[in-house]
Write a protein that binds this ligand. Structure first.
Ligand SMILES: [Zn+2]
Ligand SMILES: [Zn+2]
Length: 345
């Protein structure tokens, strides 16, 4: 049976103390969680003493630029657009989890599952309903995945989880329905199209990984190329809170970020320890919101290598996407990067 990884799990303290969030360690845990009724602080892993890499270590992780086109070199240069990773706060991801420091060269030499032969498409499988007022637009998710990964991305017709026999329950505190994530993984593995590199299940229904656990943001099986992620908890209405005026934009950015972060794991990327980066681990929604939506030079180089795309083409596609969906800050970032690349040509 394929090794599974839990994506971030939030444990709500039973006494209503709010959301404490942390992850279970164990190789290769992407993100994980705690049993439903356990006190957060007792269950949280001990601090690991993260050492912030210096500039030489960051440059070494990116690797030498021999043989790269001038535009690619410019896009992989760690200029001030990319902030080095900070020393983590006491409850941040890197204070809790000892992540491997994988350089680009080590990644390139590793035997990760890669898109090859006929298996080169990304499929998105909506599970359940995506209502217009409270769910990210599915077409935006599709276009974004296609831009980031530079692979044809297809949206499958929505899947009704009811007839699939997937176990569900009502969460005792939120009183919201939840689906059992490992069963959804099995459903997706059985439905993986013949030309798919990966199949990502997306749902607005909350998930849980096993009966004794509180909830899970998502779960993935990189060896099978499948994952399932819930956006339910990115909507304040899930917690009975009002949606602010900029809610749709916040929900869209969070959803794009989690989609790209989790799919990056399916391409073999581990959590970033070098820069503030899309692929950094996050121990809470707050930490996830602090994470940029862009890949750092190390992770960009890894992803471009794994898939075989040109960073310049990817940046152009991302700029078009951000402009089309009104994400002005992100569009400006890409425009700035493109100007650096074009000046180098
Ligand atoms: Zn992750
Ligand atoms: Zn990175």
């Amino acid at each position: 049976m394929a090794k599974r990884v839990l994506a971030a799990v939030l444990a709500l303290a039973a006494a209503g103390l709010g959301a404490a969030l942390w992850l279970r360690s164990g190789p290769p845990p992407l993100e994980a969680a705690a049993p439903a009724e356990s006190p957060a602080e007792e269950e949280a892993p001990a601090p690991v003493g993260f050492r912030v890499p210096d500039e030489a270590e960051r440059l070494y992780a990116i690797g030498p630029f021999d043989g790269l086109a001038p535009a690619t070199r410019a896009l992989l240069t760690p200029d001030p657009d990319y902030l080095p990773i900070d020393a983590p706060g006491p409850s941040d991801w890197l204070a809790r989890f000892d992540e491997p420091r994988e350089t680009f060269a080590e990644f390139a030499a590793a035997r990760n599952r890669r898109p090859e032969g006929a298996r080169r498409k990304i499929y998105l499988q909506p599970i359940g309903e995506f209502p217009e007022d409270g769910a990210p637009p599915l077409e935006a998710l599709r276009e974004y995945a296609q831009a980031v990964f530079q692979l044809e991305t297809l949206l499958l017709p929505p899947l009704d989880p009811g007839p699939l026999g997937v176990t569900s329950r009502t969460h005792p505190h939120t009183h919201k329905p939840q689906l059992l994530a490992p069963q959804l993984i099995e459903v997706l593995v059985a439905r993986l199209p013949a030309d798919a590199f990966c199949l990502l299940g997306l749902t607005m229904t909350d998930l849980y990984p096993e009966p004794s656990w509180n909830f899970v943001f998502g779960e993935a099986s990189p060896a099978d190329g499948v994952g399932v992620f819930s956006f339910a908890r990115y909507d304040p209405a899930f917690f009975g809170k009002p949606r602010g005026p900029g809610h749709a934009g916040v929900l869209l950015k969070r959803s794009l970020s989690v989609l790209a972060h989790e799919a990056a794991h399916l391409f073999g990327l581990g959590h970033c320890v070098y820069f503030q980066c899309l692929v950094c681990g996050s121990n809470s929604l707050d930490e996830a919101d602090r994470r940029p939506i862009h890949l750092c030079p190390v992770c960009l180089r890894k992803l471009a290598h794994a898939i075989g795309f040109e960073p310049l083409a990817q940046h152009r596609a991302l700029r078009r996407f951000y402009t089309a969906w009104g994400m002005d800050f992100e569009a400006d970032f890409m425009l700035r990067r493109l100007r650096r690349a074009e000046a180098a040509e």
